[in-house]
Ligand binder design. Structure first.
Ligand code: GLN
Ligand code: ZN
Length: 768
């Protein structure tokens, strides 16, 4: 009989209970025992939800207090010395160790004068989830050190559940980490690491576990040869440890690692047939049928209902070949889905009927299993018919396809993505009109989001503050921001973004084709969650979205006011996208809507418009072979949004990260007149990429890090810019912070900007 399982379930809770408990614990408002209780209750509830939905094998080990990679790091004893004063009497890590590694050591949990910085946070493959990067030293040792997984297995057994513990595989774990201190190859640590895996498997065996899921998502990446051979080595060694092992791969296809994956000496393989349906056929041909084949056909990363009949058709050949050895699953862990659609009491019923969150996805996996095992079983035919009806109702719905959007898409010409003149000519016209000094100073857009601003926005949203009063409140914030910028002597001003809750949601709320949930939270990192908007239909712009605010701001000053928009690629990356049209088409639709906004701003007399593309780099596919395709449409979408304007209108873009080497050509191809980027944390190193390739347009390399309240002094910023001047001609350089200032408070913001303006003046006099 085919079996239903999930690769993992969201741990945050339908009401973000874990978030609330964690934050209360960190503030000292919740005792550790109470926090433990919240965790235990969430685990129990999540197992029961999955079981009730029909899942046979329940995941354990998907719960984490902060991050599953961090839990595994503790389990393996990879604890950098700077956190050792949080260990207990037996030199074992504690919850305080875990939180110190996640958030940095503060006075409350360790000796304040150690003030240890947290481990680095980085994106989990191509998702918006962030994990804590393990730090390996050259003499790294590993020791089983943390009981959480075993305790949770006991907990689940005590509740009568049949479980499948989930652990991160040894190769993926090493791959995700970083060598610290000396230069060495972290793959050299494998032989030292494997015995601890052996120990973990032995312990689980003693607890009566039958199957373990070993996550090796790096099998879907372009792997260096050494790593591929290490897979064979590692799993041959682990072969002698007990338990049936299911190696889980997800987020992309196995491709050139397919031969390797199917021949590992393990008992089962999971593949992601949502991201790469083609690989299913190849795996059917090559995976020995005495092994378990687990097929993920219910998408763990999006919110749409699964097309059950289509999925069933894909599963049928697998069943013919694998029979009872076929398992049905989600494509990846449900960590990346919102928890429960049933909570959404305000969603439009038609739209709601098209969606499935984690709980509903478990039900879909179970239906697929039942349909394979016994198509006549009660409920199966109804479920299939319901799914069919949903697809039909969607196809027939008038709200998805908009003829006017289709017509505009069809009418796009190559000229639409082309500024009228090349940069060299444009910049002359812009300089003549803008009359800015050398090293012009500006900021990235947002100013501090004070409690007063948030309160006003909330009150307005809940109908407690009239539109007029809200407008007055925002206008007064804009006046405040403009006054300060004038007083400080900045050259290009911004209105400060007080009216924006979030750089994507603000625009999504004003576009047609977007829907919003009340509880559709997905964990981003630790206690942080995001609630992405859902693109359900063709995107259009009923009216101007920012023009009134920016025009008001420009009216307050003779200086240049920069308009501020979120770009099409970022809008798409930070939303749940449609699955019935390509990402390229959705980006084009967004680009057309933004293009109209850019033109309306120009029409309103705004001479500089910034189009933020914070998510441009992260949209890059996992496999290099797919990069060109992505970069092609991403660049085109940006250009489509930006290219309607006259030569005199200056287009800025902003990207707040520092790994540009891979995408520098594409960034140049975006052809923004000015790009502001993050550089201060890398000591301007990043500019090497821009120099090596001779980036042609203007650049504002961020001169200070806005992620910390620290106020950098003028000399420091001058020193950084002096490095920049060695690489980029001075007349093409701008001076600005790394990113938006919304998370900062006013005192440090003003102090830092005073110094920044002073640095610009100093540089100008040096230049003269
Ligand atoms: N304009 C935005 C801001 O200043 C940019 C934010 C970002 O790049 N993440 O907040
Ligand atoms: Zn930024």
């Amino acid at each position: 009989m085919a079996l239903a399982h999930t690769l993992g379930f969201p741990r945050i809770g339908a009401d973000r209970e874990l978030k609330k408990a964690l934050e209360a614990y960190w503030k000292g408002d919740l005792a550790q025992a109470e926090l433990q209780t919240v965790g235990r209750e969430l685990r129990a509830r999540h197992w029961q939800l999955q079981k009730d939905a029909g899942i046979d094998l329940l995941p354990v080990g998907d719960f984490a207090w902060y991050d599953q990679v961090l839990s595994h790091t503790l389990a393996l004893g990879v604890i950098p010395p700077r956190f050792h004063d949080t260990l207990n009497d037996q030199d074992r890590p504690t919850l305080d160790t875990l939180f110190a590694m996640a958030r940095g050591a503060t006075a409350s949990c360790c000796n304040a004068d150690h003030g240890q910085h947290a481990q680095e946070l980085t994106k989990w493959f191509d998702t918006n989830y962030h994990y804590l990067v393990p730090e390996f030293s050259i003499d790294q040792t590993f020791a089983l050190n943390w009981e959480q997984l075993f305790d949770e297995v006991d907990e689940a057994h005590a509740l009568g559940h049949r479980v499948k513990p989930v652990i991160i595989g040894p190769l993926t774990y090493l791959w995700l980490g970083k060598a610290k201190g000396a230069e060495f190859d972290r793959l050299d640590l494998l032989e030292r690491l494997l015995p601890v895996y052996g120990e973990i498997l032995n312990r689980l065996k003693a607890q009566g576990v039958e199957w373990v899921q070993i996550d090796e998502p790096i099998l879907t990446l372009d792997l260096p040869l050494a790593w591929r051979s290490a897979f064979e080595r590692a799993y041959h060694i682990l072969q002698y440890s007990p338990l049936k092992k299911l190696v889980a791969t997800y987020f992309s296809g196995l491709q050139d690692n397919l031969g390797l994956a199917v021949s590992l000496p393990v008992d089962g393989l999971h593949i992601d047939a949502v991201r790469d349906p083609e690989q299913l056929g190849q795996v059917l041909d090559r995976l020995p049928t005495y092994k378990i084949l687990s097929v993920g056909l219910v998408n763990g990363r999006n919110v749409w209902r699964c097309e059950l009949e289509q999925a069933l058709a894909q599963l049928q050949p697998a069943q013919e070949r694998f029979g009872d050895n076929l398992w049905v699953s989600t494509s990846c862990s449900l960590l990346h889905s919102p928890v429960d659609l049933e909570r959404e009491d305000r969603l439009d019923p038609e739209l709601k009927n098209w969606l499935a969150f984690a709980v509903q996805k478990c039900g879909e996996v179970a239906v697929l299993r039942d349909a394979l095992n016994d198509p006549q079983a009660p409920g199966v035919q109804q479920a299939l018919a319901a799914s069919r009806e949903v697809q039909a109702s969607r196809a027939a719905s008038g709200r998805i396809h908009k003829p006017e959007v289709q017509a505009r898409l069809a009418a796009i010409t190559p000229q639409d993505s082309q500024r009228r003149s090349p940069f060299a000519e444009r910049i002359e016209r812009q300089r003549a009109q803008l009359k800015l000094p050398a090293f012009p100073t500006t900021s990235i857009g947002s100013f501090p989001q004070t409690p007063a601003i948030r309160l006003a926005r909330q009150a307005h949203k809940h109908g407690k503050l009239s539109a007029n009063d809200y407008q007055d409140a925002m206008h007064s914030e804009i006046r405040h921001a403009v006054e300060i910028q004038e007083r400080l002597g900045l050259d290009v001003l911004v209105h400060g973004e007080a009216e924006r809750n979030d750089m994507v949601e603000y625009f999504a709320e004003q576009l047609d084709g977007y829907a919003f949930t009340r509880f559709g939270w997905v964990q981003s990192y630790g206690s942080r969650c995001v609630k992405p908007a859902i693109i359900y239909g063709d995107i259009s712009r009923p009216g101007a979205m920012t023009v009134d605010w920016i025009r008001y701001a420009q009216g307050l000053t003779d200086k240049v006011m920069k308009g501020m928009l979120t770009g099409p690629v970022t809008m798409l990356m930070w939303s749940f996208p449609r699955e019935d049209v390509s990402r390229r088409v959705q980006a084009q639709q967004l680009a057309l809507a933004l293009r109209d906004e850019v033109l309306d701003l120009e029409e309103a007399g705004i001479r500089i418009v910034q189009i933020d593309e914070a998510a441009f780099r992260e949209g890059l596919p996992l496999r290099r072979a797919q990069w060109q395709e992505y970069l092609g449409w991403a660049v085109e979408a940006f250009r489509l949004s930006a290219s309607g304007v006259r030569d005199e209108t200056q287009i800025h873009t902003h990207m707040c990260y520092s790994e540009f080497n891979d995408v520098i050509l594409a960034i140049a191809a975006m052809d923004a007149d000015v790009i502001t980027i993050e550089t201060s944390r890398s000591d301007m190193e990043l500019l090497d990429a821009f120099e090596a390739f001779e980036y042609p347009n203007d650049i504002g390399p961020g001169v200070y890090d806005i992620h910390s309240p620290r106020v950098p002094d003028t000399a420091e910023m001058v020193a950084l810019m002096s490095k920049a001047v060695q690489r980029i001609p001075a007349e093409r350089l701008w001076i600005n912070p790394d990113c938006g200032l919304k998370t900062r408070a006013w005192p440090e913001t003003e102090a830092a900007l005073v110094n920044m303006v002073a640095a610009a003046r100093q540089l100008r006099s040096q230049l003269a």
